[in-house]
Every structure is written in structure tokens, then in C-alpha cells.
Design a protein around this ligand. Structure first.
Ligand SMILES: [Zn+2]
Length: 258
């Protein structure tokens, strides 16, 4: 599945995989001016390639926010790949994609022999979701990758360090932008500000309850409540790569996450 939608002056290219007739998750690439930000997932390669060729985008640079397969999955379609030093190392070396992510997004082939250079636009390092994460700024727009995924996270990914995510969002908000284009959603500056306030407050609540001696799951029930079916599905199908407990541990910063 591939859907193109114009938001302000940016084209959002949303793609996903149909599994038993249902699309569980989608990921977005963006086209702005003569630049492409992130490249979607390889399961949608054929449709995305058709789009890229139809629009003559293959001669442009693609700017990657981080190495995950739903962002770097089709980078090889572009003449030049722009990425941070850490991202480049992983993209060239390659990595194993767990089976459930292969089903949802597709596999990732190492980008050997490809042209990968440092970004030539304004960016900041924004670790937290992954250690290699960058955020790009052009005009009134920020391309934020997975630094902001949802306004109310209910589960946390294995590499996520929420204390770093809070710092990175603070750094993001030091910059001028009006719209944040993310891998899984588009947010206004006000929404990002609200998200930062929410996370900081959530962290305070978690720390207080942790000091009172509550277990991680008890803290979860107090601060988040009953998880959605989607959150539980993530936890089950990912064999715990996404989890409720990790969200609390990550907010308290008691987890040495990899
Ligand atoms: Zn990611």
C-alpha cells in the first residue's frame, strides 16, 4: 500500500504491508523541494520505486533520520544517501531484522558500495529512540523520524531511552519549526510541546511511585491505566521487543537498554 498526500508544501508518502487484509502499521517518507526524507520499508519497494521513477526523484538525495528498516528500507533507490556517521556504519554493516519486523516492514539489505555522505542541511543529533537518530530542519519544517511517534506511548521499544528522548525533544524545541514530520505521524509545534510536558510529568509520577516501592507493572497501571489492544498486540507479537514494563523502566531510567 502506498498513499501520497500533500501537507503544507510537503508530500507525505505513506506505505505499509497488508497482512491478512489488514494494514497494522504504516511508515512515511517525505518529499520537500529537491529533498527526500527517509525512504520507507522494503515491503513497499515496488510501489515506492514506481513513485520515485514517475517523479524523477532517484537523482535526488535521501536524508535518513536513523537506521531502522522502516526508514532506511528503500534508501538504495536514491543516487545519494545522506546520513549521520553512526547510521552510516550500521547501514553498511547491516543488521538482523527480527521475523515480526520482517513481516511488517520487510528485510534490510546492507548498503555496500552506495554513496553515503554527511547531511548538507541543518540537523541536530537526537538520540533516544535509537542512538544514531538525527532530526533535520528546513524552512518551517522539522523531519523528526521516530523521535516523536505518538502523543501517548503505551509500550516502549527495546532501544528507547526516554530520558534521552526528553532531552532530544527539548533540543528540538529550541529550534524554529512549525510542523514536525515523523515516521508515523505529523505533529504541530504545539503538539510536540504538549508531548514534552506530558513525558516530563509522566517521568515525575513514575519516579514518585518507584520510590514508594511499587512494582513496574503497578506503576504502569497507575500512570497509564489499561493498555490498548494495539499496545498488547505489539508486546505479544514482538516477543517483548516492545513492552509496557520497559516504558516505565525507561522513564525511570533504571534499565540498561541496548
Ligand atoms: Zn525507528
Amino acid at each position: 500500500m502506498l498513499k501520497v498526500e500533500k501537507i503544507e508544501d510537503v508530500e507525505k508518502v505513506e506505505m505499509g504491508t497488508e497482512i491478512n487484509g489488514v494494514i497494522f502499521l504504516t511508515t512515511c517518507a517525505y518529499v520537500y523541494s529537491d529533498m527526500v526524507f527517509d525512504s520507507g520499508c522494503s515491503n513497499a519497494r515496488k510501489e515506492f520505486r514506481d513513485f520515485v521513477i514517475r517523479r524523477n526523484l532517484d537523482d535526488l538525495s535521501v536524508y535518513l533520520t536513523h537506521f531502522h528498516e522502516d526508514h532506511a528500507g528503500n534508501a538504495e533507490l536514491f543516487n545519494l544517501i545522506r546520513a549521520g556517521e553512526e547510521t552510516k556504519k550500521i547501514l553498511v554493516r547491516g543488521y538482523d531484522v527480527p521475523p515480526y519486523r520482517k513481516a511488517v516492514w520487510g528485510d534490510f539489505e546492507p548498503l555496500r558500495g552506495k554513496n553515503i555522505e554527511e547531511p548538507d542541511v541543518d540537523f541536530i543529533e537526537a538520540p533516544g529512540h535509537s542512538h544514531d537518530h538525527l532530526v533535520y530542519f528546513i524552512d518551517d519544517y522539522a523531519f523528526v523520524g521516530d523521535l516523536v511517534v505518538t502523543m501517548k506511548p503505551q509500550v516502549s521499544f527495546v532501544s528507547e531511552k526516554f530520558v534521552q528522548i526528553i532531552d532530544s525533544i527539548e533540543n528540538l524545541l529550541k529550534r524554529d519549526f512549525e510542523v514536525a514530520f515523523g515516521g508515523h505521524g505529523v505533529f504541530s509545534r504545539e503538539e510536540v510541546e504538549g508531548y514534552l510536558a506530558y513525558l516530563k510529568n509522566l517521568r515525575e509520577e513514575c519516579l514518585e511511585l518507584y520510590e514508594k516501592g511499587l512494582s513496574f507493572i503497578e506503576i504502569y497501571e497507575r500512570v497509564i491505566g489499561k493498555p490498548s489492544n494495539k499496545a498488547m498486540m505489539f508486546e505479544t507479537f514482538s516477543s517483548g521487543e516492545w513492552s509496557r514494563e520497559r516504558l516505565i523502566k525507561s522513564l525511570i531510567s533504571v534499565l540498561q537498554v541496548e
